[in-house]
Design a protein around this ligand. Structure first.
Ligand SMILES: NC(=O)c1ccc[n+]([C@@H]2O[C@H](COP(=O)([O-])OP(=O)(O)OC[C@H]3O[C@@H](n4cnc5c(N)ncnc54)[C@H](OP(=O)(O)O)[C@@H]3O)[C@@H](O)[C@H]2O)c1
Length: 188
């Protein structure tokens, strides 16, 4: 596949005040109880169909550890059978053969390895890895799910951005749950 056919999307959910987790890593606030009458509904069938369009996932080790802890609580593995690349310099437990660990240059991983193989590449967190992805100019788009809640403090969206990054708003969708989904193209 030509490198230009691929698309790197950063996707995360955040509070209205721009945090992706509490300082201690908890994401309990993702469960909200708002209602927005004019919103769309998200049925299981369309979510499943959408997830099928994602070819691989990339995440940082701390996000991976949170995903493993969800699995240990019986909440399952959210990334299905899709190849999942976990950035880490440590030896971490590997509970499935779709997980591959990577340490080193993120641009080399994305441009040298992922883009030639996968069309739809999703970065799913956390703040450190998605910040690195933006700083290196590797992302084509950012997809944010904003939850109707303020949590006051926590892990910011993107760690250590060193410059402004212009975006183009490509899509806005509001849901009955009060969640708003924003999709931006990165203009660089
Ligand atoms: N709301 C959401 O949608 C959402 C989504 C994802 C995560 N989260 C939350 O975000 C928090 C985690 O985010 P975070 O920013 O703290 O951490 P993170 O981005 O998940 O992981 C950062 C770690 O990845 C490893 N790493 C990063 N780049 C690397 C590279 N090029 N080579 C080798 N290793 C590399 C390093 O750990 P090592 O020490 O292993 O090398 C680094 O400390 C969690 O609390 C999670 O719940 C929220």
């Amino acid at each position: 596949m030509a490198i230009n056919d691929s698309r790197v999307t950063i996707h995360m959910a955040a509070s209205v005040d721009g945090f992706i987790a509490r300082k201690d890593g908890r994401v309990d606030w993702l469960e909200t109880s708002d209602g927005f009458a004019g919103g769309d509904t998200m049925d299981a069938g369309s979510v499943e169909a959408f997830l099928k369009t994602i070819d691989c996932y990339v995440m940082g080790s701390r996000t991976y550890e949170i995903a493993l802890s969800f699995g240990a609580k019986g909440l399952g593995w959210p990334y299905g059978d899709k190849p999942t690349f976990v950035l880490t310099s440590r030896e971490l437990p590997c509970t499935r053969n779709t997980v591959e660990f990577y340490s080193g240059d993120l641009a080399q991983l994305v441009n040298g390895r992922l883009r030639p193989t996968f069309r739809t590449i999703w970065f799913v967190g956390g703040s450190a890895v998605c910040g690195e992805c933006l700083r290196l100019g590797l992302a084509d788009e950012i997809s944010l799910s904003i939850l109707p809640v303020l949590i006051g403090d926590g892990v910011p969206f993107f760690e250590k951005l060193d410059r402004d990054i212009s975006l183009h708003l490509a899509q806005v969708k509001a849901y009955k749950s009060g969640m708003v989904e924003l999709r931006y193209e990165v203009r660089g």
